[in-house]
Design a protein around this ligand. Structure first.
Ligand code: NAD
Ligand code: UDX
Length: 469
């Protein structure tokens, strides 16, 4: 029996191993993590992540903190640890911090007594496999290691369906007979449920670079459409209509063209910054500049939103109650890493607003921690440990959209949760201060219906409310 051990029980490690355990009954699957709190949560009824369908996967891998035992016993080791942006030192604010990856690799070298296939599941800079190979082989006690790159393309909120039915699985390996043999071993695992023509193999560096490129392209589409929203607002064009017509071109496709308050999540910004840094290190400043703009447009989109709120509300939100509906970085997840809501709330707080937040999946502790934390600190495992966060006094968190909006001067919709489409906006309007403003950062509400109720509505990239012109 083959044994798989995955190091890192997070958004990627947990769901991916649950699906491998389900689809490959002949394989023993264990997920290990240094965070005792995380492993305890996986072993309880209160899973550490909210992911639709995860509860129903059925087959469960073993979750354990006994990292060394399971690594020692494994034939295939997936490494799915954090690779956040460096917060200090060389490359701070851009380069990937490989501390967690390197410590996992050193631990593998320390405990291994049999040959291992080590799989990069984390998103890493291109050429990381070479560094990992050096750490492993220089510390090996006669053990042979094969490093594979097998980047993960799942998106949060749809992780289970993405894993059951992936567009493609990519496996990169060394072009040696041993490297190719390892590729085939991993391919056989995925072939249990993924059609063979969707399992792509490549060299190691192509696989590593593909992951960064795919995320850069996806984020680029969002910044492209977001960059045009201000122009739509200024001219009376409607960004949804423009995106729909543009997306009908089969060369462009309709996906990932939803204008928004900005993209968030643990991957896009981090991976583009990583790509920028690699380009700079390879003497390619023009290419680095090109990708930096994707992030600049995203930052600009968030501050443009804050400016619109403040400017519309008579140039000040000081002492005014602003209800924030949605805090997670997208619907169907409780994940708040790099959510645009953090920057928007900080912008409103800087203008002395009083904020009341409702999100169906994010706790008060999490929100307070996010608003108190420095940029780039969020993805370092220390923050997984339960601590009492500093409290931002002007922020309150409720478990109900009606409570959050009661007595508010304005509402900001920052996540596209389905329930925000079906709220009783007449009731909400009746309980708000007048004039009642609504700023829709996700284009989820019916602008005309809300204007008919009496709201002053601003929707991203849509013709402006007559009040705002
Ligand atoms: P995560 O923070 O949810 O999980 C990572 C886990 O690794 C944490 O629980 C942490 O405690 C653990 N860990 C860190 N160092 C460890 C060590 N030395 N030994 C044992 N455990 C250790 O992160 P994630 O969202 O699952 O992302 C993991 C990787 O996958 C990152 O490189 C990310 O870029 C990439 N990725 C993420 C997504 C996503 O949607 N979240 C999608 C594709 C790829
Ligand atoms: C992304 C990639 O999609 C996935 O392939 C990769 O493995 C990890 O990074 P994720 O960050 O989980 O996944 O979610 P995604 O659906 O890509 O959304 C990222 C952000 O972009 C969210 O804030 C979302 O709201 C925003 N977005 C997405 C838009 O603003 N407009 C769109 O059209 C699509």
């Amino acid at each position: 029996m083959v044994k798989i051990c995955c190091i890192g029980a997070g958004y990627v490690g947990g769901p991916t191993m649950a699906v491998i355990a389900l689809k490959c009954p002949a394989v023993e699957v264990v997920v290990v993590d240094i965070s005792v709190a995380r492993i305890n949560a996986w072993n309880s009824d209160q899973l550490p992540i909210y992911e639709p369908g995860l509860d129903d996967v059925g087959e469960e891998p073993l979750f354990s903190t006994d990292v060394e035992k399971h690594v020692f016993e494994a034939d295939i080791i997936f490494v799915s640890v954090n690779t956040p942006t460096k917060t200090s030192g060389l490359g701070a604010g851009k380069a990937a911090d490989l501390t967690y990856w390197e410590s996992a690799a050193r631990m593998i070298a320390d405990v291994s007594k049999s040959d291992k296939i080590v799989v990069e599941k984390s998103t890493v800079p291109v050429k990381t496999a070479e560094a990992i190979e050096k750490i492993l082989t220089h510390n090996s006690k006669g053990v042979n290691y094969q490093i594979l790159s097998n980047p993960e393309f799942l998106a949060e909120g749809t992780a289970i369906q993405d894993l059951f039915n992936p567009d493609r699985v990519l496996i990169g390996g060394r072009e040696t007979p041993e490297g190719q043999k390892a590729v085939q071993v991993l391919k056989a695992v995925y072939a249990q449920w993924v059609p063979e023509d969707r399992i792509i193999t490549s060299n190691l560096w192509s696989a590593e670079l593909t992951k960064l490129t795919a995320n850069a392209f996806l984020a680029d589409r969002i910044s492209s459409v977001n960059s045009l929203t201000a122009l739509c607002e200024a001219t009376g064009a409607d960004v949804t209509e423009v995106a729909y017509s543009v997306g009908m071109d089969s060369r462009i496709s309709p996906k990932f063209l939803n204008a928004s308050v900005g993209f968030g999540g643990s991957c896009f910004q981090k991976d583009i910054l990583n790509l920028v840094y690699i380009c700079e290190c390879n003497g390619l400043p023009e290419v680095a500049e090109y990708w930096k703009h994707v992030i600049r447009i995203n930052d600009n989109q968030k501050s443009r939103f804050v400016n619109r709120v403040v400017a519309s509300m008579f140039n000040t939100v000081s002492g005014k109650k602003i209800a924030v509906l949605g805090f997670s970085f997208k619907k169907d997840t409780g994940d708040t890493r790099e959510t645009p809501a953090i920057d928007v709330c900080k912008g409103l707080l800087a203008d002395k607003a009083s904020i009341s937040i409702y999100d169906p999946q994010v706790t008060e502790d999490q929100i307070q921690r996010d608003l108190a934390m420095n940029k780039f600190d969020w993805d370092h495992p220390i923050h997984l440990q339960p601590t009492s966060p500093a409290t931002v006094k002007q922020v309150s968190v409720t478990w109900d959209a009606y409570e959050a909006t009661k007595g508010a001067h304005g509402i900001c919709i920052l996540t596209e949760w389905d329930e925000f489409k079906g709220l009783d906006y007449q009731k909400i309007y009746d309980n708000m201060q007048k004039p009642a403003f609504l700023f829709d950062g996700r284009n989820v509400v019916d602008t005309e219906k809300l204007r008919a109720i009496g709201f002053i509505v601003h929707s991203i990239g849509k013709p402006l409310d007559p009040w705002l012109t």
